[in-house]
Every structure is written in C-alpha cells, then in structure tokens.
Design a protein around this ligand. Structure first.
Ligand code: NAI
Length: 346
C-alpha cells in the first residue's frame, strides 16, 4: 500500500479523506509543509498539501530526496508551488474545481454582511442593544458590481449578482463566449463599480492589482470583496484607503500574509502583524479565514478528486489534473508535446 504524508491536517479534512482514502496508508501531520517540515515525508511515496504550505525549491528537493514522487494539492490555487523545481522530479496534481458555488456564495455573504452591517447588528442584539444607528446600508438592486475574472467562481458570482438585479460589469483577458454579461476594460470597471469583487488567479500580472493607483480611480465609498488570493491587494494601501474614507469597506476571505495566521488560533497571542490587526479592528472590514471553500459538498469533492489524482499517478495513467510550469493552467499549452503524447508532463 502506498504511503502518503498529509500536511496541515484539520478535523474537517479527516472524515472525508478517511472515507475516500482507504486504498492508501495516510499519515496525518498537523504541520504545514515547508523546507523544514519536508523531512517528515521521508519514506513516503506522495504528499497531500494545501494552500498555505510553502512548496519552495528547497522543500521540493527535500521531498524528492526522501522518495516523494507526487504532490497532490487539495486546492485549486497553486501559487505556493515552485513548479520549475518540481519539473521532471515530482508530479504536481490539483483539484481544479470542487464547488465554485461555495466560494461565490461566500463572496455574496461577505458583501451582504458588509453592506447591511450584520456583524455589528449581531453583536449589538446579543448585548440587548437594539439601536439602529450606524447600521444604514444601501440597496444592491440597480448598483454596479465589477467582477474581475469570470472563470468557474466568477461566473457563479455573476449569476448571484444578477439575482439581486445588479448591473454587472466584467473584466477578463479571456472573456467567456457563452456568458450573458457586459465585458469592459479594467479601468472602466474600476471607475464605474460600486462594488468590486476579485475572482482571478494570483499571477505576476495580477499581484497587487488593487493598489493606491487603482484605488484612486474607484468611486469614493466603493466596497472591495476578495475571495481569491490576498496578494491581489496591496493591504497597506487598502488600509490607508479605508482609513481615509476613499473606500467604503472590504470583505476579505484572504490576506497577503495569511499563511502565518490563517487556520490557527491566535486568540491568546498579541498578533504582531499591524496591518492585519488594524484591518480586523475596522468596523467596515469583514475578514474570514480563507473559508470560502468550506462546505460539505466542496470537502467531499476535494477528497474524492485528490484520491483519484493519486490513483492515476500510481497506476501510471494519464494525469487529468497535472500542472507544471509549461502549461500552468492544467490545460495543454503550446510547449506540451510530451503531455500530448503521454498524458503526463514528464
Ligand atoms: P478559473 O481558472 O476558473 O478562473 C479564473 C479566471 O480569471 C479565468 O477566466 C481567467 O481568464 C481570469 N483571469 C486570468 N488573469 C486575469 C486578469 N489579469 N484579470 C482578470 N481575470 C483574469 O478559477 P476559479 O476556480 O474561478 O478560481 C478563481 C480564484 O479563486 C483562484 O485562482 C483561487 O485563487 C481562488 N479560490 C479561493 C478559494 C477560497 O476558499 N477562498 C477556493 C478556490 C479558489
């Protein structure tokens, strides 16, 4: 039976992986995977990793030396892996889609909570404070929402927004041909939208796409929702815009420096990240801890696909969900002669 090291294990992972992973000897580690902890996987055939594991070149080398030949990401995002280092050593597979609805619905939850100040009302009424002052929101109906990225999650979010009778503007360098939405350029989207929601991946070109310069072009009082990746936003400049009143609020499920904090309990600690502390303290910021994906349906799909990916790898089959630096999206790219011929990147 193949041995798999599972990193950054959380209680909600266990039941689903125990159900689908019976064909493997899985050791569950609490540790996040990085260059220091990669040695734990010595003697294992593969690892299962998550979004805040740091799979750098040094981590890849340690895994390879220890005998690991496959990294199965139990996530869609993969910006935390050094693919160039892994190429021709360790195959990397992921779960491209598990429930786009879960993330899109969470983005909607952040928007509704932020706009209607449910977080404040909840705390007040628990204290038998039934005043309404400070809780004024606005009708979503008729407002313009800018959706950046109309892939699997973005398109679900567009549908939700249409349900609220909002005017939807979309920006995507690869517009979907089968979608009934008004595409526009990024500048127009930023300047016309009352709400901006990010659904694009983190790449060199999208890193800090929300920054002081782009914020300047937005409507005063605009809301920003981010359920994609923290580094899409320059958080220091976001904080400045929230403090000055240029932006009306932010609903964040991700944060630039989240890997140090998210999924862990820091309630008994003085958190030393001042930007995070200030963001959390603002009344017009809602921060959740990368939980957009967290529904039972999504967790079941994640476990099922991760195990199917491992089954393909260990039975020398074509790897449906393999990614490498040559064809980053998992689609077969122009340099993928090898993959076209064998079904594997190397
Ligand atoms: P997808 O790959 O289906 O869609 C991404 C879309 O972004 C594509 O249409 C692509 O053309 C577009 N895009 C690429 N570069 C762009 C740019 N510069 N500007 C605007 N659009 C651009 O990905 P999916 O499944 O919709 O996921 C989107 C993101 O959501 C992921 O990259 C991941 O970071 C994040 N995510 C967050 C989760 C959470 O729990 N909060 C869970 C799953 C994904």
């Amino acid at each position: 039976m193949k041995k798999i090291a599972f990193f950054d294990t959380k209680p909600y992972d266990l039941s689903f992986f125990e159900k689908f992973g019976k064909g493997y000897k899985i050791k569950y580690f609490d540790n996040k995977l990085n260059a220091d902890t990669a040695a734990l996987a010595k003697g294992y055939d593969g690892v299962i990793a998550f979004v805040n594991d740091d799979i750098s070149a040094a981590a890849v080398d340690k895994l390879y030396e220890g005998g690991v030949r496959v990294i199965a990401l139990r996530s869609a995002g993969y910006n935390n892996v050094d693919f160039r280092a892994a190429y021709e050593k360790i195959s990397v597979v992921r779960v491209p889609a598990y429930s786009p609805y879960a993330v899109a619905e969470h983005a909607a939850a952040l928007l509704l909570t932020l706009n209607r100040k449910i977080h404040k009302a909840y705390n007040r009424t628990r204290d038998f404070d039934f005043r309404l002052s400070g809780l004024v929101g606005f009708d979503l109906r008729g407002k313009t929402i800018g959706v950046i990225g109309t892939g699997k999650i973005g398109r679900c979010f567009v549908d939700i927004c249409k349900g609220f009778s909002m005017k939807v503007l979309a920006y995507d360098p690869y517009p979907a041909k089968d979608m009934d939405v008004e595409y526009t350029d990024l500048d127009t989207l930023l300047s016309e939208s009352h709400i901006i929601s990010l659904h694009c991946p983190l790449t060199e070109s999208t890193r800090h796409m929300i920054n002081a310069d782009t914020i300047k072009t937005m409507r005063t009082g605009a809301l920003v929702i981010n359920t994609s990746r923290g580094q899409l936003i320059d958080s220091e400049q976001l904080l400045a815009a929230l403090k000055s009143g240029k932006l009306g609020g932010a609903g964040l499920d991700v944060y630039e420096e989240e890997s140090e904090f998210f999924f862990e309990d820091f309630s008994q600690t003085i958190v030393k990240d001042d930007i995070l502390s200030l963001l959390v303290s603002l009344p017009n910021v809602i921060l959740t801890s990368h939980q957009g994906f967290l529904t039972g349906e999504a967790l079941e799909n994640i476990a099922k696909t991760t195990i199917e990916n491992l089954n393909e790898f260990f039975s020398d089959k074509k790897l449906t969900n393999e990614i490498c630096y040559q064809c980053k999206t998992g689609d077969i790219g122009p340099n993928c002669e090898k993959r076209k011929a064998t079904g594997r990147c190397f």
